[in-house]
Ligand binder design. Structure first.
Ligand code: NAD
Length: 452
């Protein structure tokens, strides 16, 4: 079987690859299992050096990787360059973490008690198509730093950057079998990785629906699982905020990556007295968004990933949808969809409840702080969100009241190499990035030595 990889901006085929099945998944797990003892025993200094070398190779090959990502996902090249730079930073960070995961000594009677953080063994990494290389690195960095070997399954639509990264890992000197990529469907290859008895842990990023399935299968073997799932994030704008700044920042907070972002602030909650001036400013910004050729340095938004996905996104903008205004989108080939703002929307409407994963924002008015918090929390998700206000006390109050893993005040950025990332509620289990990810790739061992 082969799989055709398409550029979503042109609908042209950019690669034809062999499609893996269960047999290839089993072979990859076997390679990872065989490589584990050797990789676990590599000295911390050497493992750190190898990861640092991989980081440097990502930097040296940055433009090529960014172009692969841009052409395979339809990402604007400027953003893709930033993502690849982050991938290098992630490997630099975890190269430095190799020798910093310390155990403890614990006072006990009759001896000495100490803890160790042991690697788990073979770890299965399953990633989505929206940030293929970034999300892979968030898992690979801590997994490899802790001494695990991995089987990485990219999304069927976007396997190219993972394959290139595996090649760079070998070039960096990371031994054969430590990082294995299997390119195949989720239903077969993905499920096999999750159920495989020799896989100790699965780190999954994707939809909440598939995350639930992964959790169910993994529970059969009591497998360790971290899940980074969907979102329906709120961007809460109070009337005392710098409205121009909030409106200037709002479009890319939901239309960045064409809205295919788990952190997309797709519910814009605006205090009722500020709705009119905010919408005026927002309309100017949305109409000025540059939507087009992803390889053009000036482009801010590209196409959606596929024709099927465009159809799904379009279903939220039917004849009854309260379309306030829209930006532009090119004609011709490519899965284009214009940035679209719906207003006013009730938080009970489908567009406010479901993760659209496309460039559609819902503006929801609120009357006071208590109502803003209630609406923002009225969702099964809890990944990201923003608060725009000049009142510092209110910013802190609301930040503490929101059931969300990543909150920004007067900013819409959610992700940094050094800070924890992950969701409350059905947005996931566990945290990625920073030192926090390391505990999800080790098992805590306690050793007591009698001194009597
Ligand atoms: P998806 O859940 O359809 O697929 C994700 C991955 O899981 C793919 O590699 C897919 O092949 C695999 N998969 C599919 N079925 C499987 C199964 N039965 N068993 C094992 N693996 C299976 O998600 P997607 O459409 O690729 O990505 C979009 C979703 O990812 C959105 O919901 C988005 O919010 C979420 N996401 C979350 C984060 C986060 O960090 N929280 C980041 C990016 C994307």
């Amino acid at each position: 079987m082969t799989v055709t990889v398409v550029n979503p901006a042109t609908e042209e085929t950019i690669a034809t690859l062999d499609e893996a099945g269960v047999e290839e998944a089993d072979a990859a797990v076997a390679r990872a299992k065989a490589a584990f003892p050797g990789w676990r025993d590599v000295t911390p200094r050497e493992r750190g050096r190898l990861l640092r070398r991989l980081a440097t190779l990502v930097e040296e090959n940055g433009e090529g990787l960014a172009r692969i990502e841009s052409q395979n996902v339809g990402k604007p090249i400027a953003g893709a360059r930033g993502e690849v730079a982050m991938v290098a930073d992630v490997f630099h960070f975890y190269a430095g973490a190799v020798d910093k995961k310390h155990g403890e000594t614990i006072p006990v009677a009759g001896g000495v008690d100490m803890t160790f953080r042991e690697p788990l063994g073979v770890v299965g990494l399953i990633v989505p198509w929206n940030f293929p290389l970034n999300i892979s690195s968030w898992k690979l960095g801590p997994a490899l730093a802790c001494g695990n070997t991995v089987v990485l399954k990219p999304a069927e639509l976007t396997p190219l950057s993972a394959l290139e990264l595996a090649r760079l890992a070998l070039e960096a000197g990371i031994p054969e079998g430590v990082l294995n990529v299997v390119n195949g469907p989720g239903r077969t290859v993905g499920e096999r990785i999750v159920e495989h008895p020799d896989v100790a842990k699965v780190a999954f990023t994707g939809s909440t629906e598939i995350g639930r399935r992964v959790g169910e299968i993994a529970s059969q073997s009591v497998k360790r699982v971290t899940l980074e799932l969907g979102g329906k994030s709120a961007n809460v704008v109070f009337a005392d905020a710098d409205l121009e700044k909030a409106a200037a920042s709002a479009p890319l907070a939901v239309f960045g990556n064409a809205g295919q972002d788990c952190c997309a602030r797709s519910r814009i909650l605006v205090e009722r007295s500020a709705v009119e001036p905010f919408l005026e400013a927002l309309e100017r910004e949305v109409k000025a968004l540059r939507v087009g050729d992803p390889l053009d340095d000036a482009t801010q938004m590209g196409p959606l990933i596929s024709a099927d996905h465009r159809e799904k996104v379009a279903s939220y903008v039917d004849d009854d949808a309260p379309v306030a205004f829209r930006g532009s989108a090119p004609d011709g080939p490519g899965y284009w969809f214009p940035p679209t703002v719906l207003s006013p929307v009730s938080n009970d409407d489908r567009a406010a409840r479901e993760e659209i994963f496309g460039p559609v924002a819902a503006v929801i008015p609120f009357d006071d702080e208590a109502e803003a918090v209630k609406i923002a929390n009225d969702t099964v998700y809890g990944l990201s969100g923003s608060i725009w206000t000049r009142d510092g006390a209110r910013a802190l109050r609301v930040a503490r009241a929101l059931e969300i893993g990543n909150i920004s005040v007067n900013s819409n950025s959610s992700v940094r190499v050094t800070t924890p990332f992950g969701g409350f509620k059905q947005s996931g289990v566990g945290r990625e990035l920073g030192p926090f990810a390391l505990e999800h790739y080790t098992e805590l061992k306690n050793v007591f030595i009698s001194t009597s």
